[in-house]
Design a protein around this ligand. Sequence first.
Ligand SMILES: [Zn+2]
Ligand SMILES: [Zn+2]
Length: 557
Amino acid sequence: MKIPNPKKDELYFLPLGGSGEIGMNFNLYGYKGKWLIVDCGVTFGDNIHGSIDVAMPDIVSIENEKEKLCGLLLTHAHEDHIGAVHHLWPYLKCPVYATEFAAEILKRKLSEVGLEDEVEINIIDINSKLTIEKFKIEVISMTHSILEPVSLIIETEVGKIFHTGDWKIDYNPQMGKGLEKTKLIELANQNILAMVCDSTNVFETGYSGSEEDVISSLTKIINSSKNRVFVTTFASNIVRLRTISKIAITAGRRVALVGQSMWRMVDAAKQCGYLHDLPSFISEKDVGLFPKNKILIICTGSQGEPRAALSRITNGIHKDVNISEGDCIVFSSRVIPGNEISIFNLQNKLSDLGVEIIESSKDNLVHVSGHPSRNELSDMYSWVKPNTLIAVHGENRHINEHVKYAKEQQIPNALSARNGTIIQLGPGDPRYIGEVESGRLVLDGNDIISRDSEVFKLRHKMMYNGAIYVVLVMDKSFNLLHSPSIMLEGVAEVINEDDPIIKTKQFIISEIDKYKKARGFSKEYIENTITDFVKKFIRQEYSKRPIVKVEVIVNKK
Ligand SMILES: [Zn+2]
Ligand SMILES: [Zn+2]
């Protein structure tokens, strides 16, 4: 089903990404014949087929509806909200609205694909109002783990929506305009029809903590170290980067940045007027010029990503920076589910090198989350007093739990959002009214293709079972002119006489005459039959199920 035409007096909500996973957020609001998009992100580590890094929402349901799309509004610059714009914009072709910092990040991405002059980017001021077609929007400053996060109040004649974006309650965020608590409390009097809300940390009790809370532990660690201090954190967390830098400078250390994304983020932040209260950062090439107790290195790679700076440093393959016994590494980050193995592998190597590893704990707080825990959710409900809660930004378990929690907290209606499911927010009680096609696209080399593509199934099979290619050169009467040519990749190890190529060859030669006697004998027949028999033979001999391709070349002479 394609998306419906939003009727004049009906207000729809439709997520195509982010409601069923943490990542690739893509939300649509439909009203008076137009759709407004909020966020357009990617997700990482969609590793089900072994070779895919980046995935994004399949937007097939809106692909031919460009004239109905009135704008794409970005709530902040995290990859799960902004990372797919440069891939998907050619299918959307609508104006983009973003804060200055998000726009800076976006411009860099667009120029990678040659779209920098194509896309109309409108800078939105924080705590201001704008109108996009039939939607009146108020942009409200929020706190999260990146510069310039915003929430949106989307006003229509049907009612007002409070779209939270990613948020937390942080009364001491260290940078930025902070949380507009007064404004949020005022919403209670504005009869908010629905609050569309972040579900990421719904299983966490209490409060997430403030950026201020990490200062004392980080200070203690940095002040007490006699050697090099490494800190790894998310490149987009400019506030954390500034906090660490300030502590280091007070402790008499200069700060080096290692990792491209770290430099990119810092560059964008400086472009927007941030970080000018810090001395310039040291380049990775100059790290070696400083005594061990006079330098602190902030690097990418907190998730154990093999190509990121920290992995390369740990494996001794970084050309400028090394880590050794007596140094310390602070993981000022969290373990993103799915990355446990790569992080632990990295930490094991660091431990073998004699490096002290420091992770966040209750007594040694070096990281706080950017998403709301349960107490923050209930505080926000009590401020905004929405009629309906729509739970988004989470896997199904987070979203379902969020709905349960909102009901416990006496919100009159609570609905779980699902990618592809349309919710009519008004008039009348909010309800599900239909479904459109949704799914995932993935970046495969330079191509954006469906995650369900046959090519992945084949690649997956080859990866786990190997492949066998057989070429048979035959005369017109289908007699073999040469011994079969067999290429066998990754199927089985050659152990003494048990050479799978020789065995397969002998098998084909001994079996081939049998098939000639069958009716309907032809090139296709022999290709299909030998394929089936080789598959069976390899299964019996080696308990493997490789891809098998047989080609018969008939010599007509
Ligand atoms: Zn975020
Ligand atoms: Zn997010």
